[in-house]
Design a protein around this ligand. Structure first.
Ligand code: LLP
Length: 419
């Protein structure tokens, strides 16, 4: 089994497990596929990588090499992008409760767009701009009232979401009035994100239509022409054979066509279309390598096969009942011989990476690879049970490069002070 042209077993031996490995070529291909659709459709666009899916110096470098934008959702992500040399003009700053210091950081470093989420933020940002005698480009995040079919923790477009200005009750209009009235705020466009791991293209099309409707209302009411429609991310990917997503770029094609149709009908100038995919850029480019350790067999019950990682490096199964598939790295095509619960090493019964996982018989020392773990795995990792977080390797064209070191026991103590 190869990842980015490098043998998975060799990677496990060289860097130890648990190990997160990315096939960088796949990351590049995903971005290029999105760009190709926009270019075929002849629209202005930006592909803004939602870096909450996986953030580190190296990923911002790759995104930058591919000419992408990125979105950040915290001072920490912003700082990482900055230190990676990512052009700040290509960064969008998201968040429903950006702090004063985070907004100051964004203004000081000339972040491209601040995606304003609420009235408090308009006040805070206006104050900061006044104090610094600065200006900022903003987009307004709105909630289009679309409830996409996905786990409720990762839905964001429905009316009662914690994010953004409600469209129906006039909040979005009021926000626009405030932005237009403040010469320090340059209104760049409107943003919506309906949720994550979505398979049904209708949610995206509906969202695009609602944004066009808003653009028409704003033109008619305020004479304001929306220059950018940012339709967010959320394109579903393949985790197991139960998932049948469209190729991610086809979601984009449907969105672009819907926007074109709407603009023609409404006599609107075709805006730039921005997307913010996270999962669909890095998800299927990532593999988690673990080593098999202990096993528990109980007659009449599925056996437990325990790996050397678990909920500390991938909380998604425990948090969202997320499903993954796995192979044994030295025989990825081997027929399944048993169905086991693939569990981690954490002190919780809920630390199950894959329930009822069909696998060939494994022995302690075998390397198991979980597929499609590139999004929201490492980025949501913790030090629960004081386990060090895994190392991350980028593999491309047969070469492997360590991009995040494995945490050491001493690293775990870096912030601790004796009482
Ligand atoms: N844009 C905004 C405003 C978002 O809130 C998100 C994700 C994205 C873009 C990227 O969505 P994607 O293309 O990655 O689906 N931790 C959860 C997912 C949370 C998503 C949060 N927002 C998970 O592991 O499934």
């Amino acid at each position: 089994m190869q990842i980015g042209g490098v043998d998975a077993l060799e990677l496990a031996a060289r860097y130890q497990t648990p190990l997160q490995v990315y096939d960088v070529g796949r990351i590049r291909q995903a971005i290029r596929a999105f760009k190709r659709v926009f270019e075929e459709e002849g629209v202005s666009y930006e592909v803004s990588y939602a870096s909450k899916a996986f953030s580190c110096l190296a990923i911002y470098q790759v995104i930058n090499e591919e000419g992408g934008h990125t979105d950040v959702v915290s001072g920490g992500e912003l700082w990482t992008a900055l230190k990676a040399g990512f052009p700040m003009s290509k960064v969008s700053f998201h968040g429903n409760n950006k702090s004063r210091s985070e907004l100051e950081l964004a203004v000081e470093h000339g972040v491209g767009v601040i995606i304003v989420d609420n009235f408090h933020e308009i006040d805070l940002l206006s104050q900061i701009l006044e104090e610094k005698d600065a200006e900022a480009k903003v987009m307004l995040r709105v909630t289009p009232g679309i409830s996409a079919h996905t786990n409720e923790y990762i839905q964001t477009g429905q009316v009662d979401s914690k994010f953004g200005f409600d469209m129906a009750s006039g909040q979005a209009d009021r926000a626009l009035e405030l932005v237009l009235a403040n010469p320090r705020l340059q209104m760049a466009g409107v943003h919506a994100h309906i949720g994550s791991q979505i398979f049904d293209v209708r949610g995206f099309v509906g969202c695009a239509e609602k944004l066009c409707q808003l653009a028409e209302d704003w033109r008619d009411k305020y004479g304001y022409e929306t220059e950018i429609l940012n339709v967010g991310g959320g394109f579903g990917i393949h985790y197991t054979d139960q998932d049948h997503p469209l190729p991610a770029e086809e979601f984009v094609r449907a969105i672009v066509k819907a926007v074109k149709r709407q603009c023609q009908e409404k006599g609107l100038e075709l805006p730039e279309i921005w997307i913010e995919p996270g999962r669909s850029i890095v998800g299927q480019a990532g593999w988690s390598l673990y080593t098999v350790g202990s096993r528990k067999d109980l007659p009449g019950y599925p056996s437990y096969v325990a790996l050397d990682g678990g909920m500390g490096d991938n909380i998604r199964p425990a948090l969202y009942q997320a499903e993954y598939s796995a192979v044994v790295a030295d025989r990825p095509q081997a027929e399944a011989e048993e169905v086991v619960n693939l569990v981690g090493k954490y002190c919780e019964s809920g630390d199950v990476l894959i329930k009822s996982c069909p696998l060939p018989k494994t022995e302690p020392g075998d390397v198991v690879a979980l597929l499609s773990t590139g999004a929201y795995g490492y980025s949501m990792a913790s030090n629960y049970n004081r386990n060090p977080r895994p190392a991350v390797v980028f593999a491309e064209n047969g070469q492997a490069k360590l991009v995040i070191k494995r945490e050491s026991y001493d690293d775990l103590l870096v912030l601790d002070l004796k009482y």
